[in-house]
Each structure stands twice: as structure tokens, then as C-alpha cells.
Design a protein around this ligand. Structure first.
Ligand SMILES: Nc1ncnc2c1ncn2[C@@H]1O[C@H](COP(=O)(O)OP(=O)(O)OP(=O)(O)O)[C@@H](O)[C@H]1O
Ligand SMILES: [Mg+2]
Length: 359
């Protein structure tokens, strides 16, 4: 016997087809006990489908789902140790907040006094003490969101599943609820698996993020790794906004852009790649500085014609057009005058901060 806990959720080689449509194409991932994991990806990539297979609202075509080490395939949602917060909340509008929160406990035949006690406890946790008697139709969107959260948490699941839980809220409320979700996760120590298409939200909330594209997980990693060391061009582009220089590996460790070697690229940047490989160099805008043409850049540098200069106080955004017509953006501290629009300048960066991905 070992006392290492099994992963809270194990998704094992799952595929899911709806007739001709393949929604999930072979996904495997483990969620550790107590982790906050987010599934991130564009609309239609399969995020909700994946979440539904954990909750039991959908079954995989092939593969296995285990919760706490036990296979749950074929098991009804309420028999799994999970609870789900739906994007549209799915509350009972004409019932009171207390009745909505009590719902899952009634289903599980918890005794009355215990229900009352746990509902009160939950109202306090979601900051709605004293609101138990109000009807759902009489509360705000942010309050309804918290009721949906309370209704799921009250059954004390090991794993809480959240499908775009903050999708219906305005920006300000969203930020506030993000902080509350994070706090509740920390205080309860449960495993959270959330779905979002908002990369900033995913970066803010998660211990790890699974980035999905067209039914596959392209990378499953912590936010910093995703940002600094994206595994694919898609991840680089989807998470955080990146400059992508489409290049080709040339002889002697050169990186050819538009037929010419990019200057300042360390030869070990292209190790493990073959001559002729098509690659993209990922450069985050905040790593980039501009200098006059002809100045000595310490690291990699590329010429661009300045098409736009946007000043926003602390940071100025300088947009340049590269030789191949693609755009390249620098976010510079607004400490020096920006280059003039229409001029050609050098965009340069610290080579240890850029990163090569296959194209
Ligand atoms: N019940 C269903 N029947 C047929 N096709 C479905 C069904 N549910 C989902 N799909 C298809 O599976 C794919 C993935 O859908 P899913 O709802 O998982 O996407 P999503 O990533 O959650 O998107 P969104 O961000 O828009 O919610 C889509 O092509 C969708 O049309
Ligand atoms: Mg969805």
C-alpha cells in the first residue's frame, strides 16, 4: 500500500464522435488532487464535450474516464463525485435562492435540519447571507452566478466542473468573480476543472492549462511554461499574443527569414532541427525594443517599417511591417520618443526570450 492519492481525474485516450463529427480526437490528461485546471481553446474545439464526459452528461466513444482512481464510464452524473456549474447557470427562476442551493441535497435525501445548516453555511461562503428567501428572478447576474456555484458546492463534490462560469458577466464583475473563485478554491481545497475561451482568465486562475485545438490538447502545462515555452504555433498565438516570424532552418545554424539569415540568432536555437524545416520564432511584444537602423543590437534583430505608434501612458505600442508583409509589435516603456510612422527601424530582443516552434 502506498498513500499517494490517485489523480482526481484521469482522462485516458478519449475520443468522441457525433455521427460524422469527431469532437474529441484522442485526449489523455490527468488532473491532480486539489488542482485548478482550465481547458482553454476557441469556440467549437471540444471543451464542453470534454467537461461533459467528466461529469457524465456525455459518454466517450472510446477511452476511459476515472475519478479518484475508479472508472466512471456509464455512471449517471449524480453518482459521480463531481458537480457542474453550467454556463447559463440553469437555476430554477421561480424558486428561492435557498431552495436552489438545497436542490442537490434533497436529491440525495439529506435530512431537513442538515440541509438548512448546509444551505446557511453555503450562503455565507458565496457572500449571500440573508438572501436565502429571495427568488432567483430578483437577483443580479453576479449573484445568480454565485448561487449556481453554491448549488454545485453544497453537495461537497471532490471535483467541481465549471463550464464558462463567468461568461455571462461584464468585465468588472468577471474580474471580481475570478478573485472569488480563486479564494473558494484555496479555502475548500477541491479539484476544479474549468472551461474558458478567455486566455487571460485561464492564466489568472489556473495551476495548469490544457490548450485545445480542433478536438486535441496541444499542450497541458502551467501558465508560465505555456507563455514562455509554447509547444506549438497555435499555443503561442492563442495564449498571450505573440509575434511569429515564419522562417526556415538554413545551413550552419542559420534561421532564414524571407531568404536572408536573421541576425543575432544563437546557433543552438535551431539545434535538433533539419535544414529546410519550416519554423516560427515566437517573440513576445514586451520583450521587444526599437532602435535606429544601423545601430548595434546585442541580440536578434529584424528590420520593419513602422506602420502604427499607439501611446497609452506607461507603454507605447509600436507596430512594424516585416519584409514578408507580416506585422511585428513592440510594447516599449514610454521612456523615450517612439520612432516615426513610416520610418524603417530595427526591432530587437534578448535571444533567450524568444522560442522556436514548428510550423
Ligand atoms: N450533441 C452534439 N451533437 C452533435 N455535435 C455536437 C454535439 N455537441 C457538440 N458537438 C460538436 O462537437 C464540437 C465540439 O463542441 P463543444 O461544444 O465541445 O465545443 P466548445 O469548445 O465547448 O465550444 P464553445 O466555446 O463554443 O462552447 C463542435 O463541432 C460541435 O458542433
Ligand atoms: Mg462550450
Amino acid at each position: 500500500m502506498t498513500n499517494t492519492k490517485p489523480p482526481a481525474v484521469e482522462i485516458d485516450a478519449i475520443t468522441k464522435s457525433y455521427g460524422e463529427t469527431t469532437a474529441i480526437r484522442g485526449v489523455s490528461m490527468d488532473v491532480r488532487d486539489g488542482e485548478f485546471v482550465t481547458i482553454l481553446g476557441p469556440s467549437g474545439c471540444g471543451k464542453s464535450t470534454l467537461l461533459r464526459m467528466i461529469s457524465g452528461f456525455a459518454e466517450p466513444t472510446t477511452g476511459d474516464v476515472r475519478i479518484g482512481g475508479k472508472s466512471v464510464v456509464g455512471l449517471a452524473p449524480y453518482k459521480r463525485d463531481t458537480a457542474m456549474v453550467f454556463q447559463d447557470y440553469a437555476l430554477f427562476p421561480h424558486r428561492t435562492i435557498a431552495e436552489n442551493i438545497a436542490f442537490g441535497l434533497r436529491m440525495r435525501k439529506v435530512e431537513r435540519a442538515e440541509i438548512a445548516r448546509r444551505v446557511d453555511e453555503m450562503l455565507a461562503l458565496i457572500n449571500l447571507s440573508g438572501y436565502g428567501g429571495r427568488r432567483v428572478s430578483e437577483i443580479s447576474g453576479g449573484q445568480a452566478q454565485r448561487v449556481a456555484l453554491g448549488r454545485a458546492l453544497v453537495v461537497r463534490p471532490s471535483v467541481l466542473l465549471l463550464d464558462e462560469p463567468l461568461g455571462a458577466l461584464d468585465m468588472k464583475l468577471r474580474k471580481q468573480m475570478q478573485a472569488e473563485l480563486k479564494k473558494i478554491h484555496r479555502e475548500l481545497g477541491l479539484t476544479f476543472v474549468a472551461v474558458t475561451h478567455d486566455q487571460e482568465e485561464a492564466l489568472t486562475l489556473s495551476d495548469r492549462i490544457a490548450v485545445m485545438n480542433a478536438g486535441s490538447v496541444e499542450q497541458f502545462a502551467d501558465p508560465e511554461t505555456l507563455y514562455r515555452r509554447p509547444a506549438t504555433r497555435f499555443v503561442a498565438d492563442f495564449v498571450g499574443g505573440a509575434n511569429l516570424i515564419d522562417a526556415e532552418v538554413g545551413p550552419a545554424g542559420a534561421l532564414l527569414f524571407h531568404g536572408l539569415p536573421l541576425s543575432g540568432i544563437a546557433s543552438d536555437a535551431v539545434k535538433d532541427r533539419a535544414i529546410g524545416d519550416k519554423v516560427s520564432l515566437v517573440v513576445r511584444p514586451e520583450c521587444v525594443t526599437t532602435s535606429a537602423l544601423g545601430s548595434q543590437a546585442p541580440g536578434p534583430a529584424i528590420e520593419a517599417m513602422v506602420t502604427e505608434v499607439l501611446f497609452s501612458g506607461a507603454v507605447q505600442q509600436i507596430v512594424g511591417r516585416l519584409a514578408d508583409g507580416s506585422l511585428f509589435v513592440a510594447h516599449e516603456q514610454g521612456l523615450k520618443p517612439p520612432p516615426e510612422r513610416g520610418s524603417t527601424v530595427l526591432f530587437h530582443w534578448d535571444g533567450s526570450l524568444s522560442w522556436l516552434v514548428a510550423r
